[in-house]
Design a binder for this molecule. Structure first.
Ligand code: HAM
Length: 416
């Protein structure tokens, strides 16, 4: 028997109603903030991600699902931001819409070692606001992320924010770190010794405790920020305070993607164990230009849906719908039943029947197992009279109704 690939998940019917709720809630909240949905392909040219996420990042080095054909290398998208900026430019949205607020819901793929909360196919609910560098937009985006969490009924999260500064500031920080590192190098974990060569900033948010201790001695606060970036960060913090949003400033927060500058943030939840980020995001002011577009500020974030569903939430599935279950007795009733089912469904009443030729007893059990609120029984006697028996499963009251009045009769209690 075939099995699913490690790190992928089947979302079975009993779980899918929570997924539908999380998605519907997100769409509702996005609409209040005037974000519109964008859907991009799950497959892109691999070089899009090399270029935007950074050739030395873990995602590009180790985690891309690559598909090689004769001339090209494609990748299953590991995240949404790069594809959305590609689409924004390819479809000239900077000319037609200018400042654009987009949201997306869909699968992402990373070839990671699977563990709790870490999958190879997972799902993002994300937002990208492209076309403004203003601090007020950072405040909107972070407050939107928090509003989503509140609407999902999630509490107990922590919002951590930092400013990486502009590309010049980031470079100054890299130089600083490189200067102070050599004497501590051997005390760092093997990964960080590698990062010291090709992605020194990532040492700052290494989770290894020994590395963390060393990091604390390396760097004090935000001394690398230029006056403009410092002002921007100050405005963001003040705006969040004004909205009553609790956050922690985390000077070691760098994030694993190269496109970030200025504000970065991460939202963690202690119930998650080692993979504790439920969502994260930040500014990427140079990405549009790096992909051949004009100089435009942009910021966004993404939540991992599987992780949102792992922490305590109120995202219970939709209440079971009211189902009408038709039981037919005999061939003539069976074919008449097809029309009746069609009539009910066209009137937006959920209706089903038995397709396994069950006995009356077996069909009643199936109706019960399906949570039917009404059972309809149609046999030869009823057919002759053009009637049908309607049984209310809660009260056990049964009555005979003219087939032509059936929809009206069933809609009465549905409308209450
Ligand atoms: P990211 O931090 O790589 O950011 O992913 C965002 C969220 O996706 C994480 O916080 C986590 O909840 C979830 N996630 C990531 N990897 C996995 C995995 N292997 N299994 C399960 N969940 C996972 C981004 O992808 C950026 N594009 C976010 C962004 C949007 N920044 C600006 N705009």
């Amino acid at each position: 028997m075939f099995k699913r690939i490690p790190g992928t998940k089947d979302i079975l019917p009993q779980e899918s109603s929570s997924w539908q709720t999380v998605e519907a809630t997100a769409r509702r909240i996005f609409s209040f903030y005037n974000y519109q949905e964008i859907r991009t392909p799950v497959i892109e040219e691999a070089s899009l991600f090399n270029r935007t996420l950074g050739a030395t990042t873990e995602i590009v080095q180790k985690q891309m699902f690559l598909i090689h054909n004769q001339q090209d290398t494609y990748a299953l998208r590991p995240e949404g931001t790069a594809s959305i900026v590609r689409s924004y430019l390819e479809n000239n949205l900077e000319k037609t819409s200018g400042f654009t607020k987009l949201y997306y819901i869909g699968p992402m793929f990373r070839l990671e070692r699977p563990q709790k909360g870490r999958l190879r196919q997972f799902h993002h609910i994300g937002a990208e606001a492209i076309g403004s560098g203003q601090a007020s937009l950072d405040i909107e985006v972070i407050s939107l992320a928090e509003q989503l969490l509140k609407s999902f009924g999630i509490a107990g999260y922590k919002i951590k924010i930092n400013s990486l500064g502009c590309p010049k500031d980031k470079q100054a920080l890299r130089v600083d770190l490189k200067k102070s590192l050599p004497e501590k190098l051997t005390q760092l974990c093997a990964n960080c010794q590698q990062r010291a060569k090709n992605n020194v900033l990532r040492i700052l948010d290494c989770k290894n405790e020994d590395c963390q201790k060393i990091v604390k001695t390396l760097r004090a606060g935000h001394t690398h920020l230029c006056p403009d970036c410092r002002r921007h960060f100050q405005e963001v913090k003040c705006g969040l305070n004004d909205l009553g949003i609790s956050f922690q400033v985390a000077p070691q927060l760098v994030r694993g993607l190269d496109y970030y500058n200025r504000t970065v943030f991460e939202i963690t939840h202690s119930d998650l164990g080692s993979q504790d980020a439920i969502g994260a995001g930040g500014r990427y002011n140079n990405l549009v230009q790096d992909l051949g577009g004009p100089e435009l500020g942009a910021i966004g974030f993404a939540f991992g849906v599987e992780r949102l569903l792992l922490v305590p939430n109120t995202l219970v599935g939709n209440p079971p719908k009211k189902l009408v279950y038709l039981i037919t007795l005999g061939e003539a009733a069976k074919s008449a039943g097809i029309k009746i089912l069609n009539q009910l469904r066209c009137a937006e009443i959920s209706a089903d029947t038995d397709y396994l030729n069950k006995s009356l007893k077996g069909a009643l059990r199936a109706a019960n197992d399906n949570g039917a609120t009404f059972v309809l029984i149609l046999g030869d006697d009823e057919l002759k009279k053009n009637t049908i028996s309607v049984k209310n499963m809660a009260s056990s009251i049964q009555k005979e109704v003219a087939i032509q009045n059936l929809t009206k009769e069933l809609l009465k209690p549905f409308n209450k």
